[in-house]
Design a protein around this ligand. Structure first.
Ligand code: PMV
Length: 350
């Protein structure tokens, strides 16, 4: 009966790392080999909306994304369902007046307001929204950090999408993953002038999934140990400081260096992995030219496991950064943001 359907909805934003997660020390629990840090993009531009419901009428768990049925048999999605159900069971055990929702089948309906296949970190927003929607449905007394540990098991980078603004993911030391969690570095309001524009160099699905790529890099790259053990720990501290001080030049310089260091370990993987293409490299050169012309660092690029560039800049440099990109790359920027600009975004306000 319709009155027996319980339902809750939520939004979760896309996040783009400026210190990259690349490498797992535990593939089952998604425990990383290094900490990472990201900037959350505006929900007006890139986000997942998810509704979770449960009812005695449902005969099986299900998940649809943009109207299409998704395979939920994978260990990642199952881990999220299992952990959330267990937390609900714990709550129900303490209060017998509560409805027994943990025993009911779940129906999860998600919509992305951006092309899913475009390599725009859709899994991060997707798993963060799934976890929070079910947590809301179950009325769990869980903090964003608690939920980040569950979302992490869905997709590593998803743990950072439980926070707005600037989010860190500490790699943790424990084998059970209990301290591998996301935390807020600063809210978006801390740096209201931060902007990002996304240049879609290709909307194709990436050739090598991040999981496969990471495993190969960990197994074969000689540069990888240096990155995980020496380069990133230093950079995490410097990046947190740059954000605290709203030091854009340091923020952008560290972002570019970390992106290049990550892609260097991909190239150093056997066989080599090429995520960046000619358009990506043109975007790098254009950032350099814009910074040279300005006589200071006014923009910084970063690339995930694909050819699309995310370019960070400050609102005051909108014209010379986003304007120049739009003028030069024109229709190569394949996706238009809601604001009608070449996929530009404010940083997400939580
Ligand atoms: O969360 P995953 O398994 O899709 O891996 C994400 C990896 C990068 O996007 C390349 C880096 C990051 O920190 O988001």
């Amino acid at each position: 009966a319709a009155d027996q359907v319980h339902r809750a909805s939520t939004f979760a934003p896309v996040n783009i790392a400026v210190i990259k997660y690349w490498g797992k020390r535990d593939t089952k629990l998604n425990l990383p080999t290094n900490s990472s840090l990201s900037v959350t993009l505006s929900q007006d531009d890139l986000r997942t909306h998810t509704t979770a419901s449960c009812s005695p009428d449902f005969t099986q768990d299900s998940l649809t994304l943009n109207g299409k049925d998704q395979d939920i048999s994978g260990a990642r999605t199952q881990a999220c369902f299992r952990e959330l159900r267990q937390l609900r069971k714990d709550v129900e055990a303490g209060d017998s007046s509560l409805p027994k929702l943990a025993d009911l089948k779940l129906k999860v309906v998600s919509e992305n307001n951006f092309p899913t296949a475009a390599g725009l970190a859709s899994s991060a927003a997707g798993f963060a929204a799934l976890v929070r929607a079910i947590a809301n449905l179950y009325q769990l007394p869980a903090t964003p950090t608690d939920l980040s540990k569950i979302a992490r098991q869905g997709s590593g980078s998803a743990c950072r999408s439980l926070f707005g603004g600037y989010a860190g993911w500490q790699k943790g030391e424990e084998e059970d993953g209990s301290d591998s969690l996301a935390y807020e570095v600063a809210p978006a309001s801390h740096w209201p002038d931060m902007r990002a524009c996304i240049l879609v160099a290709s909307a194709d699905k990436k050739d090598i999934s991040s999981t496969t790529g990471m495993q190969a890099t960990v197994a074969t790259s000689a540069l990888f140990q240096e990155r995980a053990n020496i380069v990133v720990p230093k950079r995490m501290k410097a990046m947190e400081k740059a954000i605290q001080n709203r030091d854009f030049e340091a923020f952008a310089t560290l972002s570019m260096k970390d992106s290049n260091n990550f892609h260097a370990t991909c190239l150093d993987t056997d066989p080599p992995i090429f995520y960046m293409n000619d358009t990506s490299r043109a975007a790098v050169r254009l950032c350099e030219a814009i910074n040279d012309a300005a006589g200071k660092i006014v923009c910084g690029y970063t690339f995930d496991a694909g050819p699309n560039a995310v370019v960070y800049y400050l609102a005051e440099d909108e014209e010379r950064v986003a304007g120049t990109f739009k003028a030069i790359l024109g229709d190569k920027t394949g996706w238009e943001g809601k604001k009608g600009q070449a996929v530009k975004s404010d940083v997400q306000v939580p």
